[in-house]
Design a protein around this ligand. Structure first.
Ligand code: ADP
Length: 185
């Protein structure tokens, strides 16, 4: 599938934040973020799509990270190359499984965004794209999850020059509208 550079033009802009609807594996941002699981060995949803599109190199690098430091705790993030993806890097982060909201899910989801953005800053990346971490198989309610995503990105960008641009990638219309509301507020 061809890469999609149109996030630069077709995405809706909210300052340094962008909102783009489509398949994150097609984006040629410097990095895309993967909603991984602790094993780092791939899974369903966006994780499966990233490994399928990016090829075996990403999994090899994930295995090497796992061999060095074990499984990845919830809220933490690591970086690999993008393999065959148009993006140069993949930042893998493990979102919390929704358990009613009293198991530190909001803090852990905020950690995912902050730690992923810190890795992007450490690597002096210009653009990074996020899917709705935890909002698929992990069951986090979308309105609450995207409020955390927007808040953490805004706070990080206010304090850092890099990354220059953060793209929120949504698959469905409902998420698009929810982000639009949160970003316009
Ligand atoms: P989690 O296990 O963290 O919930 P999922 O992969 O199940 O992760 O879903 C996270 C979000 O990513 C969901 O909102 C889902 O609709 C979305 N999603 C799934 N595939 C893609 C893709 N190829 N591009 C962008 N978003 C995707």
């Amino acid at each position: 599938m061809p890469s999609s550079p149109d996030w630069r033009t077709a995405a809706r802009s909210f300052g340094r934040l962008r909102l783009w609807q489509g398949d994150i594996t097609r984006l040629d941002t410097d990095a895309i973020v993967n909603a991984a699981n602790s094993s780092l060995l791939g899974g369903g949803g966006v994780d499966g799509a990233i490994h399928r599109a990016g090829g075996p190199q990403i999994l090899e690098e994930c295995r090497a990270i796992r061999a060095r430091q074990g499984s990845l705790p919830t809220g933490q993030a690591v970086i690999t190359s993008g393999g065959r993806l148009p993006a140069r890097y993949v930042i893998h982060t493990v979102g919390p499984v929704w358990n009613g909201g009293h198991k530190r899910e909001p803090q852990l989801l905020a950690d995912c965004y902050r730690n992923s953005l810190q890795l992007a800053a450490d690597h002096q990346l210009t653009s990074v794209a996020f899917p709705g971490i935890s909002t698929g198989i992990y069951g986090y309610p979308k309105p609450e999850a995207l409020r955390i995503a927007v808040h953490e990105a805004q706070a990080f960008l206010a304090a850092h020059a890099a990354p220059e641009t953060v793209v929120f990638v949504v698959f469905d219309e409902e998420s698009f509208r929810l982000y639009e509301q949160a970003l316009s507020a």
